[in-house]
Design a protein around this ligand. Structure first.
Ligand SMILES: *Cc1c(COP(=O)(O)O)cnc(C)c1O
Length: 386
């Protein structure tokens, strides 16, 4: 059966991007490869909002999160973790694995990080024990997005190094690394860039790079200094996933042909449409009204509908693949990803299939209510500003 992947990663990848992976191998120390790397870096810089170096790592996104640690912090360093879901907690676990002392600023489930609360917490750290602040741009497990401009303001005065997991944020929403003053930002190929998984991207501020140069912590594969040094000559320190880089190169060309603003507008509009449709069908959106993600919608199913049963029927009968919850939300919510090579028709089709599934499960619903809400939201374009 034809299947429609609407996960928060991996995401549907356009045919020309897939086809790029069938190209023959080339020398990763040769001129053709250097051109590809240079083009990818040029394509990534405006998306990160940086004029600085962006290096590519042969790993999934978590590899870049780990790289941020081994390069910046030493055992015994105090870091402030600001989790708003499972991925924020993963960041803290990595910190713990490397012997950092992790303090936590808690946020209620479904809410975004409160910049005022963060500012207040950092103000109490008069001794400046906190060396780093761990942040998630977009929390994929809860469908919540943080206001990264406000958060940057809140941290600036304290001066701690900032690490941002923007794996499911970058590309889909405005991000201004240099302007906001973030130190390390990481992302990955298989989310809003609409490429296959396998490449992580890592950008750092001047201050971040200086800190990495000075750090004496042992590191090898994920040594960002090496990655940066090799990048200057159009290479990666180790053999990279060449085929995925071919794909990412084509995906980025398509991304910029659409235009960054149009892509950002599209993600916001798709997410609005999915939320409106699900609400019209009796789902309850998990994220608070001021905290919605533009890349993933998390929602409780209508009363009397079991999330797992619903997802199974939707997948097996209609070929629409959505995610379930993670961690404490496992079995409780559904997650609808809107990233990747997804059209308006895909969104409407998926919502229609959700309506059919609810009918199959004898859930009370008014057929057409969801698709109507989705169509209304999809046809309403608004300018997106930061
Ligand atoms: C997908 C995701 C990750 C994990 O990335 P992998 O590529 O699976 O390692 C981490 N953080 C966020 C916010 C994500 O969406």
């Amino acid at each position: 059966m034809k299947s429609l992947l609407l996960l928060p990663g991996p995401v549907p990848v356009a045919q020309p991007v897939l086809e790029a992976m069938a190209r023959p191998m080339i020398n990763h120390r040769g001129p053709e490869f250097a051109e590809i790397i240079a083009r990818i870096e040029r394509g990534l810089r405006p998306v990160f909002g940086t004029k600085g170096d962006v290096v590519l790592l042969g790993s999934s996104g978590t590899g870049a999160m780990e790289a941020a640690f081994v390069n910046l912090f030493s055992p015994g360093d105090v870091v402030l973790s600001c989790p708003i879901g499972v991925f924020g907690k993963r960041f803290a676990s990595i910190a713990q694995s490397y012997g950092c002392i992790v303090e936590t600023l808690d946020t209620p489930a479904g809410a975004a990080l409160d910049a005022h609360a963060l500012r207040a917490r950092l103000k109490t750290d008069t001794a400046k024990r906190i060396a780093g602040v761990l942040l998630t741009h977009n929390e994929t497990s809860t469908g919540v997005q943080n206001d990264m401009a406000a958060i940057a303001d809140a941290v600036r005065e304290h001066g701690a190094v900032t690490l941002v997991d923007s794996i499911s944020g970058l590309g889909a929403s405005d991000f201004r690394m240099d302007e906001w003053g973030y130190d390390v930002v990481v992302t990955a190929s298989q989310k809003a860039f609409a490429a296959p998984p396998g490449i992580a991207m890592f950008a750092a501020s001047d201050r971040g790079w200086e800190r990495m140069e000075r750090s004496s912590v042992p590191r090898f594969y994920f040594d960002a200094r090496k990655a940066r040094e090799f990048a200057k000559t159009g290479q990666t320190p180790w053999t990279p996933p060449i085929s995925i880089l071919y794909a990412l190169d084509v995906a980025l060309a398509r991304y910029h042909a659409d235009g960054m603003e149009a892509v950002v507008e599209r993600h916001a509009r798709y997410a609005r449409a999915v939320r409106a449709a699900l609400e019209a069908l009796g789902f309850v959106i998990f994220s608070r009204p001021d905290a919605h993600s533009v890349t993933v919608v998390a929602a409780y199913p209508p009363e009397g509908v079991e999330a797992a049963k619903f997802l199974k029927r939707l997948r097996e009968r209609y070929g629409v693949v959505l995610s379930g919850g993670q961690g404490e939300l496992s079995g409780k919510i559904i997650r609808f990803g809107t990233m990747g090579d997804v059209t308006e028709g895909d969104i409407i089709g998926a919502i229609g299939s959700i309506e059919l599934t609810l009918a199959d499960l004898d859930a009370p619903s008014s057929p057409g209510a969801g698709t109507k809400a989705a169509i209304e939201a999809l046809s309403h374009r608004t300018a997106v500003t930061a």
